[in-house]
Design a protein around this ligand. Sequence first.
Ligand code: MN3
Length: 203
Amino acid sequence: MPFEMPPLPYSFDALEPAIDARTVEVHYTKHHATYLKNFNTALEKHPELFAHAPEEILRDLRLIPEDIRTAVRNNGGGFVNHNLYWACMHANGGREPRGELAKAIPDTFGSLAAFKEEFEKAGVNRFGSGYAWLSRNHEGKLIIHSTPNQDSPLTEGLTPLLVVDVWEHSYYLKYQNRRAEYLTNWWNVVNWEEVEKRYETSR
Ligand code: MN3
């Protein structure tokens, strides 16, 4: 059974004005959908892999047959990374983290403001295309990091909690070259409830 697109959990215009409706529409229906299509096409050569969750497939690429390994890394990564990107946003963002995460962030990064600053820096400094992440490492510690292209933190043994896409296709129509402004406004649509849930269930 090929993998399917998770439905977008809100309308295309739900993230306005931080992210414009046209960008969300093209990003979800074209970019994201194409990664999924190419991921499924690659896996059709080794259909036994469909028995595993996409996240599991990305966890150890050495186990993936060599003839599809690069396609899986790029398109499986593209599929799974976008699934999380959409899930990490919603229309009613903007509040501060609560619960255990509200303690873990300042404990790790000094303050919520310092965390946001470092996270934005990871996004701005990603040369070319990629993502900025808040993940948990194998010790359960929170880390901010960045990946190039469609590489997934799962492949590095990390558990991703929050992600922002910094490929130009995620902001160019509205922000052109102003990636930093996109990142600043993006906090207004972050779905902290989802991040808290992922944090509290990830150890
Ligand atoms: Mn994208």
